[in-house]
Design a protein around this ligand. Structure first.
Ligand code: GDD
Ligand code: MG
Length: 349
């Protein structure tokens, strides 16, 4: 089976990190996010993957190439202007060989059982199947109502609270038959969620939901990007392990506190942690970073090449790549600092 991944979004809710790196390539515990999706596809025997690009296509080609080193065959289908989720798939139709296709949003982490999903799709003789999950705030997603048989009755993208009838949402994975694509007009911006799904339902097409259990997150906001790290490092997903993990060339100074007994600390290749620094909670530090003398970090993500000054204090924030944080700076909850931003101590301003 061929898989298609939608990776053309601008990632606006994840700025500033997506100003240089598109969302599907942002590191998650020091691996490009898409690698998690690739590992799931490979587990289910899928090696043929079409990537639908729009924003920063050259960054994807440079990072992933033809996929050979990843054990995949990657093909790219580029939109010179964004065609929306439905238009992007239509644009790739010529690469899909007229078979059942698995389509994924490129920003969802979920250990989807693709084999069981396909089995259910076939059993239901569905035109289109949508993986579903349950969340606390469904208004941020596409809300799906199903009949007891699993047949989808209603799909409403990002409803307001007063329109809500269900906490079951579109998990961002679909199986569709090629016939469904004939409903999508070519060359125009067209949304799966706002146009195709409601249209197919109005035509009484066979749309079925498949509830995918287990861990699920859309990493599309800074808050969720930090959360996916905390969840992986906390052992709450099938994607990581607890404890201390150090890349090659990591240097740790004297009297450094690495409090990883109830949590995880990951230090990327070539990172230096200087004397008396204190790392607690869930911490992911990228490659070639420097954590200054006496600096203190709790529940943080520090991306590649970032320099945290002596005595700086960071809590529940995401910084980097390539950021220089001055000595004794204090970065509290929710801080998102990227690019060449500098945080200097008051004395140097
Ligand atoms: N190629 C291409 N072209 N890809 C696009 C385009 C486009 O014009 N627009 C968005 N995408 C990609 C994004 O890169 C992302 O991987 C995926 O499509 C979904 O877009 P998001 O912008 O992340 O959508 P969302 O999170 O608000 O909502 C979607 O995902 C939810 C689950 O996480 C919807 O599908 C919801 O119904 C769903 O519940
Ligand atoms: Mg999303």
């Amino acid at each position: 089976m061929i898989a298609l991944i939608l990776i053309g979004g601008l990632g606006t809710r994840l700025r500033p990190f997506t100003c240089d790196i598109p969302k599907p390539l942002l590191p998650v515990v020091n691996r490009p996010f898409l690698e998690y999706q690739f590992s799931i596809l490979k587990k289910h025997g899928i090696r043929d993957v079409v990537l639908c690009t729009s924003y920063k296509p050259e960054v994807f080609r440079k990072a992933l190439g033809d996929g050979r080193t990843l054990g995949l065959r990657l093909r790219y289908c580029h939109e010179t202007r964004p065609l929306g989720t439905g238009g992007a798939i239509k644009n790739a139709q010529h690469l899909l060989a007229g078979e059942t296709v698995l389509a994924l949003n490129g920003d969802v982490l979920n250990a989807l059982d693709v084999t069981a999903f396909l089995r259910q799709h076939r059993k239901n003789q569905a035109d289109l199947s949508i993986a579903l999950t349950r969340v606390k705030d469904p208004t941020l997603y596409g809300v799906v109502e199903t009949e007891p048989s699993g047949r989808i009755r209603k799909f409403v993208e990002k409803p307001s609270w007063d329109e809500l009838e269900s906490n079951t949402i579109n998990a961002g994975a679909y199986l569709f038959e090629p016939s469904v694509l004939s409903r999508v007009p070519p060359g125009v911006n067209y949304s799966l969620e706002r146009s195709l799904f409601p249209q197919l339902l109005a035509e009484r097409a066979r749309l079925f939901g498949y509830v995918s259990g287990g861990y699920w997150i859309d990493i599309g906001t800074v808050e969720k990007y930090l959360q996916v790290h905390l969840d992986i490092l906390g052992g709450q997903t099938p994607f990581g392990k607890k404890g201390l993990s150090k890349g090659t060339g990591v240097k740790i100074g004297r009297d450094v506190t690495l409090d990883h007994h109830a949590s995880s600390i990951v230090l990327g290749r070539g990172t230096v942690v200087k004397d008396f620094a204190r790392l607690s909670g869930h911490i992911c530090v990228g490659q070639r970073c420097e954590i200054g003398k006496g600096a203190s970090l709790e529940d943080c993500v520090v991306l590649d090449g970032t320099h945290v000054g002596d005595g700086a204090r960071l809590e529940r924030c995401v910084v980097g790549p390539g950021v220089r944080i001055g000595a004794h700076a204090v970065l509290g909850r929710g801080v998102a600092l990227a690019g060449n931003s500098q945080v200097k101590p008051y004395s140097q301003l």
